[in-house]
Design a protein around this ligand. Sequence first.
Ligand SMILES: Cc1cc2nc3c(=O)[nH]c(=O)nc-3n(C[C@H](O)[C@H](O)[C@H](O)COP(=O)(O)OP(=O)(O)OC[C@H]3O[C@@H](n4cnc5c(N)ncnc54)[C@H](O)[C@@H]3O)c2cc1C
Length: 573
Amino acid sequence: MCLILGTERKSTGANASKVLSSSVVWCEFLSTALTACFRVYEIIPGGFYVRALGVLRSLALLFPTRLKVVPHEFSDRASFRSWLLDDDGGFRNTFTRDIRAREQVTAPFVWFAPSDDGHDVEDFLGGHDDTLAWCREFMSPRDEIKPNYPVADMMDDGYTKDHGYDYDLVVIGGGSGGMAAAKEAAVLGAKVACLDFVKPSPAGTTWGLGGTCVNVGCIPKKLFHIGSLLHESVRKDTPSFGIRLGEPNGASATDELSGIVPDPSTQMRWELVRENIQNYIRGLNFKYRVRLREKEVTYFNKLAKFTDKHTIEAVDKKGRSSLITAARFLVAVGGRPSPLSCEGAEHAISSDDVFAMEKCPGKTLCVGASYISLECAGFLAGMGLDVTVAVRSILLRGFDRECADKIGDYMVDHGVRFKRDVIPSKLEKIETGQTKVLFSDGTEEVYDTVLAAVGRMADTDKLGLESVGVETNPKNRRIIGKFEQTHCPNIYAIGDVLDVSQRDAHTLPVRVDKLLTFCFFWGTENSRADARCYPSGSLSCPSSFWWRQGGHGLSKCMHDCLYTDRIRVCGII
Ligand SMILES: Cc1cc2nc3c(=O)[nH]c(=O)nc-3n(C[C@H](O)[C@H](O)[C@H](O)COP(=O)(O)OP(=O)(O)OC[C@H]3O[C@@H](n4cnc5c(N)ncnc54)[C@H](O)[C@@H]3O)c2cc1C
């Protein structure tokens, strides 16, 4: 069944031929019997047709495997009406069983059809209002479970209320995922503990409670990003708006008359920005501790390691160790940046270090074309630094190609240099304290800072997972399991630590954790999340945002993700 929209379009000259050559909008659900084709007819561009078409097109863009929209457009009202109304075979008469169709005189005229030529009609949908209502319904959470929705078929984890362990649930990792899950479980009545311990980066950087997003990810990235956008704006735009920085009473007329655009002194002081952002983050670290306490989650600043499937050894920073037992464990240890594999890799820093650097990074080489590399390159360049990105193959693998390429062009326009088809083959510290980089193409260049952003590995190395039968992917050390349950039934995992086939997006651990805890303590098993359908996005600087879409199309979890307020999304976009 196809859903099709049709219209006449008022247009003239060159536009008319363009409009006439695009004809039909259809919308198809491939996966179920709901295959549909839309046709809509527009009378006045910008009117009801355009709105209905816009909404349908957005849905089709979001769910390309389920919807297809094909517009039917006519050059003027007369031809539209003749096509639709003609007594001897006007198109609306095709819908013999639907009086609404046979009485419809206006555009859009929307119906379902099995193919995009629109001739084999199925049901009539309606006009503008009916179409929007259908779209709303399409995007609404549904109570019934469709066969293709991910339904939890989890192993029995042996949980009983009188289990006799110290806690109902111990969460290992106090990042976005772990904290959300811990708090949610406590709210639902569970006795919960959360352990979080930050191992210093190879360059010695460390931070407080809250995990990657708060300390060395989304939050500092976004704040630096805002700063560099402001900087760019002040530097480039203020003169055009007559704003003269550093001159209390505005610019002298001479500047305008001479036609010289003053270059306002807009140096962005790294030390000051860094200090303010770090203070802000310290405030968040404190608030997170308070919130855990408020929700009656016991917090331990300790490093966890499994000794058996119901016991962990917890070691504090002084090396003192204790044992904690629990009926269920949730592993939310996230990931850490992978180092470069070339000689002298120790001279590079990572995203774990850049936001806390005491001194301005200066001339910087960002290695890698991941979103992390490009985001860092973007805000550093926006701050006025000389930035190069070394790219081995393509930008933003896994993201929409067209957008990724546009982002690359955009960054070049804004002063970021790209060194294509290279990897660093050697890093060497020189007398000046700078780093000399030899590239695989034989070229070399000296930088103040080399920032490696070539991927991340799950932080499961010394967690003792092998001792409790939890399997990890050797390539990325991520935990393999079904939904969020590992191969050891009472041990669950969420967030960045889950293997990519379980969780194909980096952005939404909080959402999954909430669903997971609902399942633990409410038994709403059907609310399983299928993380593969999450969209993910990323920021570049100058200001742009791009999406990576999960490959599984619409499902109940997507409905829930987008349309229920009980679910919040981690991080900032
Ligand atoms: C530079 C950068 C920018 C990003 N930008 C965004 C963005 O804009 N939007 C977005 O949604 N996402 C963004 N992300 C991704 C986001 O930060 C992660 O997806 C998210 O933080 C993962 O949460 P998590 O709970 O899985 O793990 P984490 O937040 O990494 O938390 C894991 C915690 O567990 C601790 N831990 C590890 N091992 C142990 C142990 N054995 N015992 C106790 N504690 C342990 C770690 O120290 C850490 O505190 C960004 C990431 C980076 C690096």
